[in-house]
Design a protein around this ligand. Structure first.
Ligand code: 173
Length: 491
């Protein structure tokens, strides 16, 4: 017999704490101290329906995995559960109006357009979480602006009638040299979460890196795969290595083809925009929190399982538990690239985690320009594949990275924004726009295949100069119209 709302309401404190999730009741009293996000956030929902808060942060198999079956209390007659009377929220009403008036998808011409739309129509907490970066967000801005310090040296009179964008990454052929990199908490952006990215990636034959901290379960993302679509696994290493072993081996059994171990996050960076949106979240009582760290933003609250003691000596263990290629994600200096070669890693991702970790860390593209000449000088360039991510918004950015020797380029936030703004179709259009840009740019630079891209096609001398000495060109600023995001559609 189904439980009644009244039965659950009784269990509304730390002595006995029941919650409803997706129409079922759970006794989480004993679990409270173990909850990675702290007990306080659960207690806020003690005796109540917690589905809405639970959903984006927990993959659907979470309760089966982490809560003993004896604590699964069974179905609840939801008609008997008191509906929370939500206060009229003027901010939400305004947001819904903006959703109604959002530009047509066909009005979005580049990746910035999706960002502009997403900013206006995503929930504040989702926007705060995705768009935020560490401290003063200097590295996040640098990630993008570093590309502006590289200039092309195009070659002419090359037959570019047919342009081939396909390449090989970690032994698999793919249509384009960019991939969907791992980003957490997809359901903040879209009710279906990361499977939307999986489907769009299939449409364009783009590789997807599956995040450890996804809202969907790994199995859901794998099940959403079609045909011979390729997926990799991004891994946060758990203090409990048995959990890590299970995740890795399960992913391998389910066909993942690369293991990307995140090495730039022994602790999550402080993202103040994310913290502030939580801070004003009504009723979350974060100011008085001691044991809870929700005041630190969505990500930090759930990242306490990550092992800060992870070190170089752990790498052989990863190689021993999987046949997947092992790639270190988040390498930021050439010395560490050499070390990665030395320990037998199959690849590195030069990345600063989208500027979300150490602020004023250098851009990946700069680290790439530092790295490749050293690898070449030592004859190591074929021993390791080098990927980059961070700040990529234009196909010219992708091409610059390939010219400097990257095997592939990861793109994260732009696809989340496209998903948040327009769902699967949005992500597909974002990928198509990038492909179109890239085909044109390849012609203009004088290369018919990405394999022909090489360092002679760029002038990256200025890349290492960290300030822009060029004075502002007042004339052009007053004469030219700035790029504007697409207009809102009238109601
Ligand atoms: O950048 C992030 O927000 C991130 O990587 C993360 C890590 C752990 C939990 C949630 C997100």
């Amino acid at each position: 017999m189904a439980l009644k709302g009244g039965d659950i309401e009784q269990h509304n404190d730390a002595k006995s704490c029941w919650v409803i999730i997706h129409g079922k009741a759970y006794d989480v009293t004993e679990f409270l101290p173990e909850h990675p996000g702290g007990s306080k956030i659960i207690l806020k929902y003690a005796g109540k329906d917690a589905t809405e808060e639970f959903e984006p942060i927990h993959p659907p198999d979470t309760l089966d995995k982490y809560l003993d079956k004896s604590k699964h209390l069974g179905p609840v007659d939801m008609d008997t559960v008191a509906k929370e009377v939500k206060e009229e929220d003027p901010e939400e009403a305004g947001r819904l109006e903006r959703v109604d008036q959002k530009p047509l998808l066909s009005q979005c011409y580049n990746l910035f357009d999706f960002e502009a739309v997403a900013r206006r129509i995503m929930k504040k907490t989702a926007w705060g979480y995705y768009s935020s970066a560490a401290d003063d967000e200097i590295t996040m801005r640098e990630n993008h602006s570093a590309f502006h310090r590289i200039w092309f040296r195009p070659q002419v009179l090359v037959d570019v009638e047919n342009v081939d964008l396909s390449t090989t990454m970690l032994g698999t052929k793919c249509s384009v040299p960019f991939y969907v990199t791992a980003t957490a908490l997809g359901k903040l952006g879209h009710p279906e979460g990361e499977v939307v990215l999986t489907r769009a990636a299939h449409t364009h034959n783009v590789i997807q890196m599956i995040p450890t901290m996804a809202s969907c379960s790994l199995d859901e993302m794998v099940d959403a795969r079609r045909g011979d679509q390729v997926q990799w696994l991004q891994l946060y290493v758990n203090k409990d290595r048995e959990i890590t072993r299970r995740i890795v081996q399960h992913a391998e059994r389910r066909g993942c083809r690369g293991l990307f171990i995140t090495v730039d996050a022994p602790q999550l960076g402080r993202r103040e925009k994310d913290m502030r949106t939580k801070f004003t979240d009504k009723g979350s009582d974060v100011q008085s929190g001691q044991e809870t760290d929700t005041s630190q933003g969505a990500a930090r609250a759930i990242s306490s399982f990550i092992d800060p003691s992870l070190s170089w000596k752990d790498v052989p263990w990863f190689k021993s538990i999987t046949k997947m290629p092992v790639i270190l994600k988040g390498v930021q200096r050439v010395e560490d690239v050499l070390r990665a070669v030395h320990v037998g890693a199959d690849g590195v991702v030069l990345s600063n985690h989208g500027g979300r970790q150490l602020d004023t860390a250098r851009s990946a593209i700069e680290v790439l320009a530092e790295t490749m000449p050293v690898l070449r000088a030592r004859g190591l360039q074929d021993r390791i594949q080098v990927f980059v991510d961070g700040g990529v918004r234009r196909a010219t950015d992708v091409i610059k990275a390939l010219c400097l020797g990257a095997s592939g380029v990861g793109i994260g936030r732009p696809f989340l924004y496209a998903m948040g703004a327009y769902g699967q179709e949005g992500v597909e259009r974002a990928m198509q726009l990038l492909k179109d840009e890239m085909e044109m740019d390849m012609r203009l630079i004088g290369c018919a295949s990405v394999h022909d891209l090489n360092p002679s096609l760029v002038d990256a001398k200025g890349l290492f100069v960290h300030s822009n000495p060029t004075p502002v060109d007042a004339l052009s600023h007053s004469v030219y119209d700035a790029l504007v995001p697409p207009a809102q559609r009238p109601k």
